[in-house]
Design a protein around this ligand. Structure first.
Ligand code: GDP
Length: 535
């Protein structure tokens, strides 16, 4: 095994930040970049007025709606580590994209708003991470404001998410008004100091020994005594720190801080880098692939076109699993069953792209995609020829009929809609017996239709007409004996909409499970699948 490879793997940390919208994910991401020296004045990239939309937001629509639509990738160095942050969209309607992104990380940072605790979107994202048993680190944010009692937040993690927590530090103060934090490792107290720069610069902290007179002077007696009592309670009655449990996602190290005022951010980053795992092995058709394996391998977890108007192209994002990546290397594309050359690989810092020459396991690389890649595809050494375990596919639940308002623009319309289908943003169907001037589009959430409308307009200059359809369930169909299901052979086909997916496979859209029950009862030899079955 090469020393270079081992060394590079050890220093990498690849993670996503998960949270409910507004908990502070964007602010924290930006502050981590600030400490990494990747940006010098947080928020300086956009004017202060629009600071809400930080460097990790790419698309115009995100600015308009104040939500993060696409997952972006950021890379920076800190303290000998190479950090890859995969940004996940916060809005629930983009869950499918988020799920895919989470397949590419080795750990996750869960940001909670100290006043709100665990929220709905936190729960969903947590579930995906915990199903994969990836380590989860908790950052309780907005400690500069009124917040819930730390012990109640710990209970919430346990009762709502089912995970035990180990506080790495502890808020100083009472009744939700906090003065600073006590670090359980160094046994020192850090107090909030007035911050003239509003968190734009890395902060200088005021740190005191727990038993120092200076600290006793700063805190009133009651607050100081309450802190001592809390520390005793935590040490005696709290969970022991167990890195093994953290590694399996059974225990979450918990940090308290404030991303906006930079409070506790640097400490969090350092502890996180110390405790978070380096790139993990992945399961493939040939068994487990270790990152130290000299033979290169990677998988595609995201495809996106027209990310930047200055680069009208399509990128496939790959996560490197094993071996060293080199520009212009030749690899085996398992799904296409042929060798390809990886030219013009790109890496990302904020909105800048760079052509890179080498990359290692854990790294995310953007490949120019002439339309050959699909989500979940495997790239590996030609001598190996395996496939990574399948990506989860999510059944569409919202459907609309979509057509170009101006029939003269049909060509661009088809191009755009096919592009978005390949990106995995929408699923495309054709109604049985209908012409080709309209499509039925399926999505996991309704906001994706807004994205569809917006992107077709801004990237393809096509206005669309969109009519929502009253269906919520899609089932791929096949008869037990293998002969094809048709609109006439299916009893009750008119109780829903009979469509074909883009591979020509028959699918029935119905309004609910009850309607589906009728179809099942009346077509005894019919097999139904919530996602496309393997052919
Ligand atoms: P996201 O939706 O999770 O990405 O959240 P943002 O990072 O955009 O933050 C949402 C709002 O909370 C913004 O107005 C931030 O300025 C604010 N915010 C973020 N961190 C803190 C913090 O530590 N303290 C306070 N008081 N506000 C914060």
């Amino acid at each position: 095994m090469s020393e270079e490879l081992t060394r590079e793997i050890k220093k990498r940390r690849t993670f996503a930040i998960i949270s409910h919208p507004d908990a502070g994910k964007t602010t924290l991401t930006e502050k981590l970049l600030l400490y990494g020296g990747a940006i010098h004045l947080a928020g300086s990239i956009k004017s202060r007025k629009t600071q809400r939309h930080a460097v990790s937001d790419w698309m115009e629509i995100e600015k308009q709606r104040g939500i993060s639509v696409t997952s972006s990738v950021l890379q920076f160095d800190y303290d000998g580590c190479r950090i890859n942050i995969l940004d996940t969209p916060g809005h629930q309607d983009f869950s499918e994209d988020t799920y895919r992104t989470l397949m590419a990380v080795d750990s996750a940072v869960m940001v909670l708003d100290a006043a709100k605790g665990v929220e709905t979107q936190t729960k969903k994202l947590f579930k995906v991470c915990s199903e994969r048993h990836i380590p989860i680190f908790t950052f309780v944010n907005k400690l500069d404001r009124f917040g819930k009692a730390p012990i109640d937040l710990m209970d919430e993690l346990e009762n709502v998410l089912g995970i035990r927590s180990y506080p790495m530090n502890w808020p100083v103060g009472s009744d939700g008004r906090y003065r600073g934090v006590y670090d359980r490792q160094t046994k020192k107290v850090e107090l909030f100091e007035a911050d003239e720069t509003h968190g734009q610069k890395a902060r200088e902290s005021a740190v005191y020994e727990l038993d120092s007179d200076e600290l006793k002077e700063k805190l009133d007696e009651e607050t100081y005594q309450a802190l001592l009592d809390d520390i005793t309670l935590l040490d005696e009655a709290g969970e022991d720190f167990d890195l093994e449990k953290v590694a399996h996602g059974d225990l979450t190290p918990m940090f308290f801080g404030s991303a906006m005022t930079n409070f506790g951010v640097q400490n969090f980053l350092e502890e996180y880098l110390r405790l978070a795992p380096p790139p993990a092995p992945r399961l493939s058709s040939e068994g487990v692939i270790e990152p130290e394996d000299e033979k290169f391998s990677a998988f595609v977890f995201k495809i996106q076109a027209n990310m930047n108007p200055a680069h009208r192209d399509r990128l496939a994002f790959i996560r490197i699993v094993s071996g060293k990546f080199e520009r212009n290397m030749s690899v085996w594309h398992a799904q296409e069953n042929k060798a390809i050359k990886l030219a013009q690989p790109q890496q990302f810092l904020a909105q800048d792209r760079q052509i890179i020459d080498t990359a290692y396991p854990g790294d995310i690389v953007g490949l120019f995609d002439p339309g050959v890649f699909g989500i979940g595809d495997t790239l590996c050494d030609a001598g190996k020829k395996f496939k990574f375990a399948d990506f989860p596919v999510f059944p569409p639940e919202k459907f609309a009929r979509v057509q170009a308002k101006d029939t003269m623009k049909r060509k661009q319309f088809v191009k755009g809609i096919e592009q978005l289908t390949q990106e995995g943003a929408i699923q495309l169907f054709q109604q049985a017996g209908a012409g080709t001037e309209s499509y039925i589009v399926g999505t996991v959430g309704t906001l994706q239709f807004d994205v569809l409308q917006y992107r077709l307009k801004s990237e393809y200059n096509v206005d669309i007409e969109l009519t929502m359809q009253p269906y919520e369930v899609a089932r791929w169909m096949q008869y037990e004996d293998g002969h094809e299901v048709t609109p006439t052979s299916l009893r009750g086909a008119d109780r829903g909409m009979f469509v074909y997916d883009r591979h020509g496979y028959p699918v029935l859209l119905v309004s609910n499970e009850w309607a589906l029950g009728w179809i099942t009862d009346n077509n005894p030899d019919l097999q139904l699948y919530p996602v496309p079955p393997d052919r």
